[in-house]
Design a protein around this ligand. Structure first.
Ligand SMILES: NC(=O)c1ccc[n+]([C@@H]2O[C@H](COP(=O)([O-])OP(=O)(O)OC[C@H]3O[C@@H](n4cnc5c(N)ncnc54)[C@H](OP(=O)(O)O)[C@@H]3O)[C@@H](O)[C@H]2O)c1
Length: 315
């Protein structure tokens, strides 16, 4: 099969397309003929450093999420999956490929009426955004600041928080991204490439921050006393640093995302159902053929992407 190899950690150029042995589904596994692989920001960090939530000995085929059709099943699986359109996590490797063997108990059926590419775009970001909303539970009328608001997770957070009745302040880099966030429902936007982006802003009740570093710190500075901070990523390279004594002095609550596996599964299913019902719209901002995975990583790292980035593996 065609696949993309990671043989050493480093710049995007270490992602090299080539041939790989066809995976054979083992006990409890399903073989997915991959139509699309989703890319998340953290995969670029793993490729660069080998650090992050994934593990895997090199050489490996990276990629943590796929959408496609089940073409074969290993022993101990439900034959009803055969031929179904599914999305699935891979466990951290094997996604940038024409075929992926994945645990059958992690498959999600794609609801009727939902395009496979849309479902693939939602697989990781949808569950993450849903779990973040459940954890932070913005109340109607609350002001919610979302960083990287035009990104994969951010575009969904803007929609979900707005749907919950919150007023979203979408912060992102550049006018194109702010326009997208406004189109998705943000009540207010801020371009944090401007050094004075927090000046004169009304305080917020909640910050949902996937960027960290200086930007995350500035975002936390906008919290009202008694507000809540939920940090879920470090796209900038470092977590938002909110010293405990400052959090205590301002009566801030620092929330954490630590979902149990059954909640993760339910959140994924919920996001897919919401999209099928037309209430949640993942934005597929750019797509690349499988062989150009390196270019896709380049675009993500350059902060040049809108919404979700997909690899198209087969028509
Ligand atoms: N995708 C998931 O399911 C998931 C799960 C758990 C955690 N997270 C975390 O959530 C955050 C967003 O993930 P995502 O996959 O949806 O990515 P993304 O938001 O589509 O891309 C990352 C964005 O972060 C912003 N950014 C700020 N500083 C940056 C820097 N120094 N370098 C690169 N980008 C920078 C950029 O937007 P601007 O140009 O607007 O600043 C960029 O587009 C990440 O921290 C990720 O680790 C994601």
């Amino acid at each position: 099969m065609r696949a993309v190899w990671l043989r050493e950690f480093g710049g995007p150029e270490v992602l090299v397309a080539g041939a790989a042995p066809d995976p054979v589904p083992g006990p409890g596994e399903a073989l997915v003929a991959v139509a699309h692989a989703n890319l998340t920001f953290v995969e670029t960090q793993f490729r660069a450093t080998g650090l992050g939530p994934f593990t895997g000995a090199l050489p490996m085929v990276p990629g943590n999420g796929v959408g496609g059709t089940v073409t074969a099943l290993g022993p101990g699986t439900d034959p009803a999956w055969l031929g179904r359109r599914v999305v699935s996590s891979t466990g951290g490797s094997g996604g940038y490929a024409e075929l992926a063997a994945v645990p059958a108990d992690g498959l999600h059926p794609v609801p009727d009426g939902l395009q496979l590419d849309t479902a693939t775009a939602l697989l990781a970001d949808g569950r993450t955004a849903r779990l973040l909303l459940e954890t932070a539970a913005p109340a109607p009328g609350e002001r919610v600041l979302v960083t990287a608001a035009a990104g994969g997770v951010g575009t969904l957070l803007v929609q979900l928080a707005t749907a919950a009745g919150a007023r979203v302040l979408a912060a992102a880099g550049g006018p194109r991204k702010l326009a997208l966030a406004a189109e998705l429902g943000a009540a207010e936007t801020a371009d944090y490439r401007q050094p004075d982006w927090t000046d004169g802003r009304a305080p917020v009740d909640l910050v949902l921050d996937g960027v960290g570093g200086t930007l995350g710190r500035a975002a936390a500075g906008l919290l009202r006393d008694g507000g809540r901070l939920l940090s879920f990523g470090l796209a900038s390279g470092s977590w938002t640093d909110l010293p405990a004594d400052e959090a205590a002095a301002r009566a801030l609550t620092v929330l954490h995302l630590r979902p149990a596996p059954d909640r993760i599964r339910a959140a994924t299913a919920h996001a897919l159902a919401e999209a099928a019902a037309g209430r949640l719209r993942p934005v597929i901002g750019q797509r690349f053929p499988l062989e150009r995975a390196a270019d896709a990583h380049r675009a993500i790292e350059a902060r040049a992407t809108l919404g979700k980035t997909l690899l198209d593996v087969r028509p």
